[in-house]
Design a protein around this ligand. Structure first.
Ligand SMILES: [Zn+2]
Ligand SMILES: [Zn+2]
Length: 238
C-alpha cells in the first residue's frame, strides 16, 4: 500500500525565533525525504515569534505569513503540498491551529490577546482545529503541566523532538509522549504526530496516510476521523 507522509509541526527561521532553517530550504528537505506535504506551524505572537510584537496587527500578520508564502511557492515549484497553520503560546502551553488563513487572522485581531478558552471558541466557530502540542513537555521556561480538555480537538501524542530515533531522547521527554498518549485515550481525542522540526536534521516525524490530502481541511477531517495508518517517529518508521 502506498503511504503519504505529512509533517504536522515545523518551524522556519523567518517566523520563529528558534527556527534554524529557511522556509524554502525546509520544504526541499521534506521533499527529498519523501514527504507529500507539510504544515508550517511557526510560533505565534504569544510564543517565540521572530516577528516584532510592537508592529500594528496587519503588518504583524503580513510578516508572520511570509514564511508560509515562501514555503508554499517553493512547494508548488517542486511538488510538495504546503499548508498553513501556527503554534499559539500561552506562557509555554502551546497549541497547533489548523484550517484558518491570513485573511482570517487579519479579520480577527482579538486572537492576539485571547484566552485559551476564547481561542477555542474563535477557531472552532470557523471550522479550525486546535491541537494541544506536547501537552506534558517540561522545560526550564515551562515547568508546569496545564491541560485544557474543554478547549482542544486533538492531542499531539507523538512529538518527534521528544522521541525520534535520530535524537538522544531524555527519559522525561519519552514520558511526556507516553502521558500524552494516555491523555488522548482517556478523553477519546484524535491524535497527531509531528516532528516539531526546527533544525535541518530531520526527525522524520509526522503522520502517514493511505491517500493524498486535498487541502488542510481534508487533513483536518483525516485527523478527526483517525485515518492515519502510522505515526512517524524516525526514518525506520517510514
Ligand atoms: Zn520553537
Ligand atoms: Zn513547535
Amino acid at each position: 500500500m502506498q503511504r503519504y507522509y505529512y509533517e504536522t509541526h515545523l518551524h522556519t527561521i523567518q517566523s520563529s525565533k528558534c527556527g534554524k532553517v529557511d522556509a524554502a530550504e525546509m520544504v526541499r528537505l521534506y521533499k527529498d525525504a519523501g514527504y507529500t506535504g507539510v504544515v508550517i506551524t511557526d510560533h505565534f505572537i504569544g510564543g517565540n515569534t521572530a516577528i516584532d510584537r510592537s508592529l500594528p496587527w496587519e503588518e504583524w500578520v503580513t510578516q508572520f505569513c511570509r514564511s508560509y508564502e515562501i514555503a508554499k511557492a517553493e512547494g508548488d515549484k517542486i511538488g510538495l503540498q504546503v499548508f498553513f497553520g501556527w503554534e499559539s503560546g500561552f506562557k509555554g502551553t502551546e497549541f497547533l491551529i489548523y484550517g484558518l488563513d491570513k485573511q482570517w487572522l487579519l479579520d480577527h485581531p482579538q486572537i492576539r490577546d485571547c484566552t485559551i478558552q476564547e481561542q477555542y471558541e474563535l477557531v472552532s466557530a470557523d471550522g479550525g482545529l486546535v491541537i494541544h502540542a506536547h501537552p506534558y513537555r517540561i522545560r526550564s521556561y515551562h515547568r508546569d503541566i496545564h491541560l485544557y480538555p474543554d478547549c482542544i480537538d486533538a492531542v499531539e501524542s507523538v512529538n518527534g523532538a521528544h522521541s525520534s530515533s535520530v535524537i538522544e531522547a531524555t527519559p522525561q521527554d519519552l514520558r511526556a509522549n507516553r502521558l500524552a498518549e494516555i491523555y488522548s485515550k482517556e478523553y477519546c481525542f484524535p491524535v497527531t504526530s509531528g516532528s516539531d522540526q526546527h533544525s535541518p536534521n530531520l526527525y522524520y516525524g509526522g503522520m502517514a496516510f493511505s491517500r493524498k490530502m486535498e487541502d488542510i481541511h481534508d487533513l483536518i477531517r483525516a485527523i478527526r476521523l483517525g485515518e492515519a495508518v502510522a505515526l512517524l517517529n524516525g526514518p525506520e518508521t517510514m
